[in-house]
Structure formats: C-alpha cells, structure tokens
Design a protein around this ligand. Sequence first.
Ligand SMILES: [Zn+2]
Length: 376
Amino acid sequence: MEKLLNTVSLTRQLLNFNTINPLSNEDECARYLGKILEESGFTIDYYDFARGRTSLVAKIEGRGDGLPLCFTGHIDTVPLGALPWEKDPFKGEIEGDKMFGRGSSDMKSGIAAMVIAALRMAGERDRKAGITLVINAGEETGCEGSKYMAELGNALGEAGAIVITEPTSNYPLVAHKGAVWLEAIIRGVTAHGSMPEEGVNAINKSALIIDKLANYKFNGQNQHPILGEPTLNIGTISGGLNINSVPDLVSMEVDIRSIPGQRGQEVIDELKLFLGSDVELKTILNLDGVSTPLDNDWVQKVFVIMEQYLKQKIVPKGVNFFTDGSVLTSAYGYPPTLILGPGEAEMAHKTDEYCYVSKMKEITDVYTDIALQWLK
Ligand SMILES: [Zn+2]
C-alpha cells in the first residue's frame, strides 16, 4: 500500500472527503483510513458518537511489554465560511509548495503523515512496543468523538506518550490551554414598554454583569510559565422580545480559556460565586489544558530529534487553542504529550486554507524517527 500512497497523495485523498462539521459525516473518511491500516496489520475499531460520526482506533502490538506510542488527530473540518474560495476546497490542488483545501492544515495533512509513519512501523520486524492511532470525529465542535471513546472505558487502550498531530508548522509544543464554554442567563420580569417600573429589565441587569465579566480576575495562581494567563471572552449576546416590552431574558455565551492546572469545574464554581444568584450558568464545554514537564525523558529525546530537522534549539512553547489532548491525556493517565504537526495554525479555519508540501514530507520522517526511537 505504501508504494501507492505517500503523505502528499493521502492528504489529497482525505481532502476529497467532505467532512465539514456538523453538516457532513466522517464515516466514509474513517473507513477509508481503517481499510488502509487494516491491510498493513493494524486492528481497527470504529466508534460512532452519533450516526455517521465515526472515529477509529487502530492498534498494532509490539513484542515487548512497553506501552504503545499514540498518535492522534481529527478528520472533521470547520465549514468553508462566507467568502468564496479561489481554490477548490476538496481537490488538494498544489501550487508551488502549497496544497490547498479545507482541512489541509487543520488537519488532514497531520492525519496522513501519522498514518504513513504508522504503515512504515507495521513493517518493522523488531517492534518492542505497539503503535496506537486515535483518529477522531467531531473535534471542532468540542472533542465529541474522543470524549465518546474515553467514556466507553476500554476503547482507547493504553499509551505511554502522545503526539497530537494538530498544526504547529512542525514545531514541538508542550502545552495548550483548556476551554470552559458557558451560557449565562439573566432573567427579568416583562411588562409593557410604557410602564417599565412594572417590570425588571433583564438587559439593564446584564449590562452590570457584562461589566463584571469584562473586569473579572481569576482566582489563585494563574500564571502558566508558557501559556501566561487564562482569558475570558463574551462571544454572543441576545435578549429582548420587541421594542415595546420590558425584556425578561438575556443569554450570553462566555468563552474561558483556562491554563493547565486550573480545573474547569473550579473555574465555573468561582465564577458562579462571583456573579451571584442573578446569573444562571450552564456548561456548554469543559476541557482541561495540557502541559508536559520539560524534563520528561521522552520529551527531551523528541527535542533532540527535532533539533536535527529544524537546525535550531527547541525552546518550550505552547498554543492557546484546545485539542483532543484535553480528553486523551487524562483518559490515558497523563502520559507526556506533545503537539506537533505539519499544518500552519494561522491557516486553520481560513478561506483558501493550505499546507506546505515540504512540511508534510518532513513531518512524516520526523514521526518515523519518533516511533522508531519508541519501539527500539
Ligand atoms: Zn484541529
């Protein structure tokens, strides 16, 4: 199979599948990958968190008793957006060093590279440990696929280290933030607009709440050495019935990006206390951040590999966006975790998204070296 497939051709194949979340399904794309891996000796299990929303776990055993190395990524993409594309989002057209398509950077190139590296490992006779690929559906809407598998208990197996192949321009990152998404509901009492004294205006109440939120200071030790401080953003607001009524309801969506070490539930409890009983908080999403100690042996070994490729000293860096690592790192009992993939984070979710072909090729060799080092 590998004679026919390489990371560039496989990325293009994956771009051909429309996996726009939530309008399209991942099942065909997942089964296409499962078939390729199965033909090379991997055991495949499919998990649908909803109809057609298919994730898969591909495992190949080693001969020793070491824990497997896990590579993970997602096959869903965000929608195309309102602006027209100049390139076909599903064709994988190449121009110079760029391959265009929705999901080229985020993150079908990363999926393709980890699959090609895994196929190479399947041919390694002297594997002392196994390889596990966790290929997720529904990441963009809050890690739905990985959460479903983690909750099943036995779907994911074990992992001694995790590589999340999300877009990092081939730079290894050791941390990312978590996310707490909340709906804040503020209630009032409706009345005729000509007699506002008869009602309680929920919009007026919410103005005070917005002011409190805009000046909110998180409790406790809230400085991460790499990621800095947690943030809070009010993303949406809606309220009111019509011009001549006193509004009795306002709803806001609040996006908190927590730092590793802050637990989502604690963040929610603190905010509840701060806002008081005038605000109802409903949790939409609760994902913890990820952070791996720099002195970890495996992280240091990967840094040595990366320094050879990138020809520069690797310094500790992280990103603000969340990944399936929020779910998988805790599900696997907090093994060392790196985020490392060929896509460009700046291209994620953009019109005419692209990925560099040279980086796809390079990262395939990087993953191969990381896997060989783990399996020997
Ligand atoms: Zn992504």
